[in-house]
Design a protein around this ligand. Structure first.
Ligand SMILES: Cc1cc2nc3c(=O)[nH]c(=O)nc-3n(C[C@H](O)[C@H](O)[C@H](O)COP(=O)(O)O)c2cc1C
Length: 370
């Protein structure tokens, strides 16, 4: 073969490698989009199946989606899936029940948007939550569904202007009396306590080897793994996008995710987030199953109002998990209100509000005939 022909072949091979690499990088780095399938192996109206999908877009700790539903033509029984519990981060299932409460709130709103009359029955001491539905359904208003798909946990820095008293009134107006909300505006002593406490507790939690191992189990470390599992925390849920996402998937393994350098990066991100909050809000309620379900409903109600007002939300739970009593005392929480259950960093993003990554299982995975 002549010298110039060899050179051409080498250049062509190089071009294939470069173009292939760039295409692969581009495909990996784009936000992943999962197909949704709302079919079931038993009869359930399409409007109820769609509502169950929208319910599953609720916020939930580590995106474990630890809910399961028994469904018939009149009612839906909502309970926890014990196989999806977080033994280290949430040993008593407190956050799992709050997450089920957020699921309940979305489900009620989605069923009502489809024209159903809905009632919720809640026992103070035991699950399940019973959601009864009746009436003739119709297509849901697309705008209602859009709130569920826009709401998301924000991991980008909140560098917009601080929140105001009008924002507070807007976000807390729809909350039921079952849950106490304590608004901590920027500049106040409570705000400083929440900011420093959230950072301190996050650092302590990130130091715990058992917590690191559990967190690493719920990380999804490639698009293929995310497509297969449809739960947990892929790059999108950590606020990692584009080229950084490509590098993150190339360089992170389950073992490295339990190491010091991964923990240090998570700490820096959480500290920047806490320092950028425009306000904090604490939700408090009794630590009973009904108190926690009501907390989850209030959380989602507040969050959907925040989405409509383009106010970003990031729950930062470490302080509540590690120092609940100290936090209650420092913030002057009335004992009758119950215990601190959620701490949320709120703020404005300088730019597009963003939307939910919609990493969720198909409903057939958590709904059975009952
Ligand atoms: C009870 C509860 C506690 C949470 N705690 C945290 C937290 O400490 N840090 C965090 O980044 N996200 C936290 N989240 C947010 C979840 O990680 C998030 O809802 C989940 O990954 C799904 O993502 P999405 O909200 O964008 O749909 C919490 C959510 C719930 C419901």
């Amino acid at each position: 073969m002549s010298h110039s022909k060899t050179k051409r072949l080498v250049l062509a091979a190089l071009a294939v490698v470069v173009v292939g690499g760039l295409t692969g990088g581009y495909l990996t780095g784009r936000p992943i989009q999962l197909e949704q399938d709302t079919s079931l192996l038993f009869d359930l109206p399409a409007e109820v199946r769609a509502s169950l999908y929208y319910a599953s877009l609720a916020p939930n700790s580590h995106n474990t989606q630890a809910w399961r539903v028994q469904a018939d033509s009149e009612r839906l029984l909502l309970d926890l899936d014990p196989d999806r519990r977080l033994a280290v981060a949430d040993p008593a299932g407190r956050e799992a029940i709050i997450s089920l409460g957020a699921f309940t709130e979305n489900l009620v709103r989605a069923l009502e948007a489809h024209g159903y009359q809905v009632t919720v029955e809640l026992d103070q001491d035991v699950l399940p939550v019973t959601v009864r539905y009746s009436g003739t359904p119709h297509d849901a208003d697309a705008a209602t569904n859009a709130w569920f798909t826009r709401r998301h946990t924000e991991k980008r820095p909140m560098d917009g202007p601080p929140l105001t008293a009008a924002d507070q009134a807007d976000l807390t107006a729809g909350l039921s009396g079952a849950v106490e909300s304590v608004w901590l505006p920027a500049g106040g002593a409570g705000f400083r306590y929440a900011t420093e406490g959230a950072k301190r507790a996050f650092r302590a939690q990130a130091d715990d080897p058992a917590g690191r191992a559990e967190f690493a189990d719920w990380l999804r470390l490639s698009n293929a793994e995310t497509r297969q599992r449809r739960d947990g925390l892929p790059a999108e849920q950590l606020g990692i996008t584009g080229l950084t996402k490509v590098m993150y998937y190339l360089t992170t393994s389950r073992a490295s995710a339990t190491g010091d350098s991964f923990a240090d990066q998570s700490i820096s991100q959480a500290e920047a987030q806490a320092d950028g909050c425009g306000a904090w809000v604490l939700l408090a309620a009794p630590a009973t199953p009904s108190g926690l379900i009501e907390t989850g409903r209030a959380l989602e109600s507040l969050w959907l109002a925040a989405t409509a007002a383009e106010i970003a939300v990031h729950p930062m739970s470490a302080l509540i998990e590690l120092e609940p009593n100290e936090t209650a005392q420092a913030l002057g929480l009335d004992q009758a209100a119950g215990q601190p259950q959620m701490l949320l960093c709120l703020g404005r993003i300088d730019g597009d509000y963003g939307q939910n990554a919609m990493i969720r299982r198909d409903i057939a995975d958590f709904v059975s005939a009952g």
